[in-house]
Ligand binder design. Structure first.
Ligand code: Q46
Ligand code: ZN
Length: 308
């Protein structure tokens, strides 16, 4: 296959775009495309300070790399959850994230659950009995709380995460199967800032996982190959496999599914209903962060319970 731009040897075939590209053209094309979507979706401007949530995986490291190449002021945030039973998932992903940041002289914030809160995530989930065998619901809660806290305390304008098209399509698939109206209304690559919650953006929302893997490989970025051990057998992994089968038969399925959902929303398909779906927020008296819970926020209540 030939590169559509220069006629050289293509290293990646992207049937959904009806094009293949050589290494140099692909490494130029991807950040350019991302820049285009950042502008189009009004995610942030070059004057704004960005906090990138980095996990040590390919997507978040590639995102941080591209923002850096494009000249944005982007610092990283790594949350050490302490998932180290069996395989050293957390310590290895932290090592790779720090290596990446040091090699480029980038600023990285590290939150360490054990050092900062005295408990690692798997123990926290067990002790508070949130989620029967998987700590994912506590994990989501901790990550949201800590990302927002660091963004607020250090004055970042926007919080960026490395969700790619495969992640977004799988989430949309799940929300559609359950007709989860609240989530469908809120699913978007840009969530505006409100009531003390930082603006959240997903600059990779148009890119296939395959493209992100190719980017990190071609850029020589070292990342953690293993998935979090708790991701195994999750429904979102199953939905991704199903969508991959469809994509294989009908290239473009995922990108159409997600981008047409966004256009349908723009045309008013999921107009805000008259009843309040987005809950009112108030400030948690303990940590000062916004919450929809009564009085003390869920994060602080969870921490109180384990510290009792
Ligand atoms: S939620 Fe669950 Fe993930 Fe947290 S515990 Fe692992 S699989 S990392 S995105
Ligand atoms: Zn709180």
């Amino acid at each position: 296959m030939k590169c559509k731009k220069c006629g050289g040897k293509a290293v990646i075939n992207m049937p959904q775009h009806n094009m293949g590209l050589c290494k140099d053209d692909f490494l130029q094309w991807l950040p350019e495309q991302m820049q285009k979507h950042i502008k189009k979706q009004k995610m942030f401007t070059p004057e704004e300070k960005i906090l990138v949530a980095v996990s040590g995986g390919k997507d978040s490291l590639a995102l941080w790399d591209m923002l850096n190449i494009l000249g944005y002021q982007a610092d990283g945030l790594y949350i050490a959850l302490g998932i180290d039973e069996g395989i050293s998932y957390s310590s290895e992903s932290q090592r790779l994230t720090e290596k990446f940041a040091n090699a480029r002289g980038l600023n990285l914030h590290v939150v360490n659950m054990t050092a900062d809160y005295g408990i690692d995530l798997p123990t926290l989930a067990k002790e508070t009995r949130r989620g029967r065998d998987k700590p994912c619901s506590s994990c989501g809660l901790v990550k949201r709380h800590e990302m927002n806290r660091i963004a607020r305390d250090f004055g970042y304008d926007v919080l960026a995460t490395g969700h790619n098209l495969d992640d977004e399509a799988a989430t949309l698939f799940s929300n559609t199967l359950q007709w989860n109206g609240d989530y469908l209304i809120r699913q978007h690559p840009v969530l505006a800032e409100r009531d003390g919650l930082a603006r959240k953006v997903k600059p990779l929302f148009r890119f296939y996982e395959k493209e992100m893997a190719a980017y990190t490989l071609l850029r020589g970025i070292e990342y953690i190959y293993d998935e979090c051990p708790f991701a195994e057998g999750s429904t979102s992994t199953q939905y991704k496999e199903l969508l991959n089968q469809l994509e294989h038969e009908h290239p473009g399925t995922k990108i159409h599914f997600f981008t047409k959902f966004l256009s349908a929303k723009k045309k008013g398909l999921f107009a805000e209903p008259t009843t309040k779906i987005v809950p009112e927020l108030h400030i948690c008296p303990k940590c000062g962060q916004p919450t929809s819970a009564h009085e003390i926020c869920t994060f602080c209540r969870m921490m109180d319970r384990v510290n009792q």
